[in-house]
Design a protein around this ligand. Structure first.
Ligand SMILES: NC(=O)c1ccc[n+]([C@@H]2O[C@H](COP(=O)([O-])OP(=O)(O)OC[C@H]3O[C@@H](n4cnc5c(N)ncnc54)[C@H](OP(=O)(O)O)[C@@H]3O)[C@@H](O)[C@H]2O)c1
Length: 336
């Protein structure tokens, strides 16, 4: 064989290898649609933080993780609700190792303080579930830093929390970060001209932006972890539409949106069903970094677990990087 031919074959071989390597890295495999909490592998020795674990999906996450043997820290604002959640979990899982930490995602000093407390008390963090959120308060609210409240709680607070907990996550041998998005992200866009909705506040527009930002954050975190070698698997999940306190505590059950929601609630999932995509992402050995999990029934509102449809806007890596940089600037938090 001539040298020229040998060189050509070598080049073709390298190209084929790159093609298959990239294709396999990009391909996400479908979860088993019948996957349930009974399939969660033992989580003994693993430590999880669930934000917003006092109700809804976060509560179900905390209970299922504790039942699988994990040590679980629930973090939310209200210690009384925290104690109630712990008592309720212990009724069903008597040997649950579950504790509560009070913090407010709408106040970055409180977020940083939680990060410091956990870093001082835990050896490692194996899973961070960025779950807490509010949806569509009728009036525009602001956080301690002056951010629009949904931008602050749903997205920026979790951005800062994850950065603060990065060293603790990296102490784990297989750390995962699961960030909750929503079907609403399909309606979202990142309005760089008015990120804080100061010129025009639409309750659902601001919610959709925050949930698109969550999804972009999950994907960008995976890209940055891959580049920097942090070893983190970052996934996103959404619960379809699930019966929780989100509507009652947001627009309110008396609002037009609340009445529509109440009229259809028998078609929605329970919070336990809504928690499955998150629990799969957080625990399954088959779950993949960079994937987005959710229900696969009609319009992805309910149904068996699977890969969720990614809104095209969430795949824009340039916008994601720009949002990341701006969020670092306005929060004063810098990832390594
Ligand atoms: N329910 C749905 O149909 C649906 C659909 C799509 C996406 N999601 C997403 O699913 C996730 C869970 O929502 P959910 O429906 O389970 O809502 P939920 O029942 O209202 O629970 C929200 C949790 O967030 C906590 N929280 C709210 N504001 C907070 C703050 N400032 N600081 C710290 N914690 C705060 C609440 O705790 P305290 O009030 O005790 O602090 C509560 O535990 C959210 O990310 C939501 O966007 C839900």
């Amino acid at each position: 064989m001539s040298n020229q031919l040998r060189n050509r074959l070598a080049v073709i071989g390298v190209l084929l290898f790159c093609f298959f390597f990239t294709a396999s890295a990009l391909a996400q495999s479908q979860p088993n649609p019948d996957w349930s909490v009974a399939d969660i592998p033992s989580q003994e020795g693993r430590i999880f933080l669930v934000t917003g674990g006092t109700s809804g999906m976060g509560y179900e996450d905390a209970k299922a993780l504790a039942a699988a043997g994990a040590q679980v820290v629930i973090a939310a604002r209200n210690p009384e609700r925290g104690q109630e959640a712990i008592d309720q979990i212990k009724q069903e899982v008597p040997d649950a190792q579950v504790t509560f930490e009070s913090f407010d995602l709408a106040n970055l000093s409180s977020v940083l303080a939680l990060g410091r407390r956990l870093s001082a008390s835990l050896p490692q963090l194996d899973g961070l579930i960025n779950n807490a959120a509010i949806m569509a308060p009728p009036e525009r609210g602001v956080s301690a830093e002056g951010f629009e409240l949904q931008f602050a709680i749903n997205y920026a607070g979790h951005f800062v929390l994850t950065a603060e907990l990065l060293p603790l996550l990296r102490n784990s041998d297989s750390p995962r970060v699961v960030t909750l998005s929503s079907l609403a992200a399909h309606q979202g866009s990142i309005n760089f001209d008015d990120l804080q909705s100061t010129q025009d506040y639409g309750p659902m527009t601001a919610y959709a932006q925050s949930k698109l930002a969550d999804l972009m954050f999950a994907f960008e975190l995976q890209r940055r972890s891959d580049t920097a070698g942090w070893g983190i698997q970052s996934m996103a999940a959404h619960p379809g539409v699930s019966v929780t306190e989100l509507v009652a505590r947001g627009p309110g059950l008396d609002s037009e949106q609340g009445q529509l929601w109440s009229a259809n609630r028998e078609h929605y999932q329970t919070a336990a069903q809504g928690a499955l995509p998150t629990l799969y992402a957080a625990t399954s050995l088959e779950a993949q970094g960079g994937a987005y999990y959710g229900p696969t029934g009609e319009n992805e509102v309910y149904g068996p677990l699977g890969l969720a449809t990614v809104p095209p806007a969430a795949n824009d890596a340039e916008v994601a990087a720009r949002l990341w940089t701006i969020t670092e600037e306005i929060t004063g938090t810098h990832y390594p």
